[in-house]
Design a protein around this ligand. Structure first.
Ligand code: BG6
Length: 511
């Protein structure tokens, strides 16, 4: 990473739910990565807070194990120093006295570590049902008060369950906390390749003039995962693909792809532009949900002799569940730049490969002078590959050598892996650092979260209340229900079928 200014000298980070999956897999390894880069505050303590009664030592051991299991850092030399920053505090979120005890513990630690300012980040990595209670409990003990140092609250998704619950949560948080103190984390915004959308668009003169309804035919976003819900069935069954991926990650990505150039790189300048996109999404008419939104659920299949479970057989999932593990949507952005350009999003679990990418499909030439080899569907595409094989690919037509003027499609590609001297930081690493330096650019602002809920709520409602809208089954390991093709095929185009390698999509990608 580049040089970072404004790292505070003093900080305590309290992680609620630190021993959970996210804490062990992402938060602790990312904090360690920041340690190896020298980006942690000089005097910093990390406190795990949870119901279980364990000692500091036992917690340190556990976090040490998490590092061994999940940290990708080659530099292990700072591990001991890092683990010494870690403490544990038993806390039952329902008991006000426990927040008072946390407040006293924070004071003691600050004294012990000679901290000047009482800067504190509270990271809520707990089940969402606890967010309101914890935010209130902290405020009850005065831990939101910024007189002696700033206080920030990081909240993991899901931020609400639908528009109504998101509004309630917002109102409850804002009783005690200012919007400027609330950091809603959406880890997609922390991905290097997602941020690069802004740089690609606004640091080059060659793309922006074409980035509008006059030259773009349609935009396609795919976010596929090749694994099922695994052990997260309990959470996922109450969520589904639309809430889990579209409401947050993919609509935030749409915001960056479709927004107007911001006036500056200030957090609010960028967030103002991205929210305008979300507020311009054409509302989906409840009567049309079945035509513009397709839902699917994976069913059992056998891949290379290995049986893959059906979603309904997964641990924690209701055997009669109608929760979608695949969702595809067609929608429009009603503004001057994008009027009439269809956007297509699809996402799902247990698809053939893990890939996330956005594809800008440019309009074909108005008159075809040349005979084409192969389909013209894939000429003039700009593919922004979020993961894996992060990079950018531009497809265009070239003369096939020899007689005549036949045209074939070729690709120009850039892969992040070519920058061998640069590591790509994990999204959490970037976002945690930003929360320490008070940069909320890559955190979702409340109006954007609400606009996204407003957009998808009619679809959620129709899926829940209209049993006539089918949940299509698709065999695990395929590209979702066939009927999803009809969303896009009606427009005489096709979904792209990307493979793990950015340039490897010429063959239909199956397992
Ligand atoms: C999470 C979802 O927010 O994002 C998961 O809850 C999903 O279901 C994950 O697997 C995908 O993140 P990434 O970074 O692996 O694309």
């Amino acid at each position: 990473m580049n040089k970072v200014n404004n790292i505070p000298a003093d900080l305590v980070m309290v992680i609620f739910g630190a021993t959970g999956d996210l804490g062990r897999r992402k938060l602790i390894p990312s904090l360690y990565a920041l340690e190896t880069l020298g980006f942690l505050p000089e005097r910093m303590a990390i406190i795990g807070a949870g119901r279980t009664q364990i000692t500091n030592e036992a917690f340190r051991d556990d976090m040490g194990k998490a590092l061994h299991e999940f940290s990708k850092e080659e530099d292990k030399s700072r591990e001991r120093e890092f683990i010494r920053r870690v403490y544990y505090q038993q806390l039952d979120p329902a008991l006000p006295a426990h927040y008072e005890a946390l407040a006293s513990r924070l004071e003691e630690l600050r004294e012990q570590l000679n901290m000047g300012a009482a800067n504190t980040i509270f990271y809520l990595s707990t089940p969402p049902a606890l967010y309101e209670g914890i935010a209130e409990g902290l405020a009850g003990a005065g831990l939101h008060n910024q007189a002696d140092g700033w206080k920030r609250l990081i909240i993991e998704k899901p931020f609400g369950y639908d528009l109504e619950s998101a509004r309630r949560l917002t109102a409850s948080l804002q009783q005690h906390w200012d919007e400027g103190q609330i950091y809603r984390i959406d880890h997609y915004l922390g991905k290097e390749t997602v941020q690069n959308v802004l740089v690609t668009r606004f640091s080059n003169g060659i793309f922006e003039p074409l980035w509008n309804r006059n030259y773009v035919h349609h935009v396609e976003i795919t976010s596929a995962e090749d694994i099922g819900v695994g052990r997260r069935g309990g959470y996922y069954d109450g969520s589904g693909a639309l809430r889990d991926m579209v409401q947050n990650h993919l609509l935030q990505l749409v915001g960056l792809i479709a927004m107007e150039p911001p006036a500056s790189m200030q957090a609010d300048a960028i967030r103002n532009e991205s929210v305008k996109v979300l507020q311009s999404l054409r509302p989906i008419d409840p009567g049309q949900v079945r035509d513009v939104a397709i839902r699917g659920q994976y069913i059992g299949s056998t891949i290379r002799g290995q049986h893959r479970k059906a979603y309904r057989e997964e641990e924690g999932v209701n055997p009669a569940s109608t929760t979608e593990t695949f969702a595809a949507l067609k929608f429009y952005i009603d503004n001057w730049r994008w009027g009439g350009v269809p956007f297509y999003i699809r996402t799902g679990k247990h698809l053939p490969t893990r890939v996330t990418e956005a594809v800008i499909h440019f309009r074909p030439t108005p008159h075809h002078l040349f005979a084409r080899q192969g389909s013209c569907d894939s000429c003039n595409q700009l593919i922004i590959r979020i993961q894996p094989d992060e990079g950018i690919l531009l497809k265009f037509g070239m003369k096939t050598p020899g007689a005549g003027f036949n045209v074939q499609n070729v690709s120009m590609d850039f892969h992040y892996s070519d920058l061998s001297h640069q590591r790509i930081p994990d999204a959490y690493e970037r976002l945690l650092l930003d929360s320490m330096i008070g940069d909320s650019t890559l955190y979702a602002r409340v109006d954007a979260v609400m606009a996204a809920w407003e957009f998808i709520t009619p679809v959620l409602d129709a899926w829940q209340n209209d049993p006539g809208i089918p949940v299509y089954g698709y065999p695990a390991g395929t590209w979702g229900p066939d009927v999803a093709d009809s969303l896009i095929e009606g427009d005489d185009i096709n979904w792209r079928y990307p493979c793990a390698a950015l340039t490897g999509d010429d063959n239909f990608c199956t397992l």
